[in-house]
Write a protein that binds this ligand. Structure first.
Ligand code: SF4
Length: 356
């Protein structure tokens, strides 16, 4: 697989997670509890951490939410980004405890208010994420450009300069629209104009099914262009899935090598076993493996032997029996009902070997 040349960006830190430069592309998500409900918010953060999130964002819409941040931060195992619109006082409270502030300087009020937020962030070395959303562009940009990629880029550029004029450059930027084309166009247009790390995402991307498709196309296109330093897949009503899909996009774009790359056939009339259940079991029972391995699980011998050549461990199902193949060599021929357990044993052995 070809190495993707990432666009060189400034490295910033959200807590202890580096973003940009040569740091790995991080995966974020956002809690959907009321932030003032500390217990539920902390539970959701734990679930996200367990699912593999690097950073979590929480909405801070009111004073109760802002006041809850101190305790949430104390109990959180992930760095926290406070998401704030319009109210600089909330940003000032949040800046005392969290690891990053997401604002749009343009909607926080007059320059003096932005200055206060910048000062508070500087005091604690907090970065600011400029989060441009196509649906909530500042009026001047919407009137001039409509809800377009150009409008988002102009807004981002304006907000970046706003912070730079105040001597602040610990910045990351997101440019989210609810469709693939405007999202990709905006990020591509803004990329050559500055060196700040980009947070990728399609906003309001819909259900698990639709968001997975939109996010894979948009984020996949950008990542393959070398654009993107951190990302969020937004999915209606899902938490851990956001992280799982985000990680899968990184893996399938070839940007992380972690865990199993499972090659399985779509099945057809030549199928010799219950492949659907077999692959589901492989996925479930190998979730804990972090070692990068290629495995293939194929329903008959037609393509199985070819795929097995490139796999660390493979199953080729046949009539009532099947083969276990390791790095192209057949190591066992077993009855169908014994194949899966043996395959999983061999996967564990390979994972351990490659880890040492
Ligand atoms: Fe069909 Fe066999 Fe190909 Fe699977 S590997 S799709 S069962 S021909």
């Amino acid at each position: 697989m070809k190495n993707i040349k990432r666009y060189p960006t400034k490295k910033i830190y959200v807590g202890d997670v580096a973003i940009g430069g040569d740091s790995p592309i991080s995966v974020q998500s956002m809690t959907y509890s009321k932030t003032s409900d500390i217990e539920t918010t902390v539970e959701q953060i734990k679930a996200l951490h367990f699912a593999g999130a690097d950073i979590v964002r929480v909405a801070v819409p009111d004073i109760e939410a802002a006041n809850a941040l101190k305790e949430i931060k104390k109990q959180s195992s992930l760095p926290i980004v406070a998401d704030i619109h319009f109210n600089h006082k909330l940003a000032l409270i949040a800046a005392e405890v969290v690891d990053c502030i997401r604002i749009n300087p343009g909607n926080i009020g007059n320059k003096q208010r932005v200055q206060e937020v910048v000062k508070a962030c500087k005091q604690r070395n907090l970065p600011i994420r400029i989060g441009v959303n196509c649906g909530s562009l500042e009026k001047e940009f919407e009137n001039r450009y409509g809800q377009t990629a150009k409008g988002m880029v102009e807004s981002a550029d304006y907000n970046i300069k706003y912070l730079e004029d105040l001597g602040f450059d610990d910045i990351k930027v997101s440019l989210k629209a609810s469709d693939v084309q405007r999202t990709v166009e905006a990020y591509r247009m803004l990329r050559p104009l500055n060196h700040y790390p980009f947070h990728l995402g399609v906003t309001e991307a819909g259900t698990l099914f639709h968001s997975t498709i939109k996010s894979s196309i948009a984020l996949g296109s950008l990542l393959l262009d070398g654009i993107g330093d951190t990302l969020r897949v937004s999915i209606t009503g899902e938490l851990e899935k956001e992280v799982e899909v985000g990680r899968a996009i990184l893996k399938d774009a070839g940007l992380t090598k972690e865990g199993l790359n499972i090659i399985s056939c779509p099945t057809c009339g030549r199928i010799e076993a219950d492949l659907v259940s077999a692959v589901a079991q492989v996925e479930e029972r190998t979730k804990h493996i972090k070692t990068p391995l290629n495995v293939s699980v194929m329903g008959c011998v037609v393509n199985a032997l070819g795929e097995a050549k490139a796999a660390d461990v493979a199953i080729a199902y046949g009539k009532g029996t099947g083969l276990i193949i390791k790095k192209g060599e057949t190591i066992a021929k077993l009855p169908t009902d014994k194949l899966l357990d043996r395959f999983l044993e061999e996967v564990e052995v390979e994972a351990k070997k490659n880890q040492d």
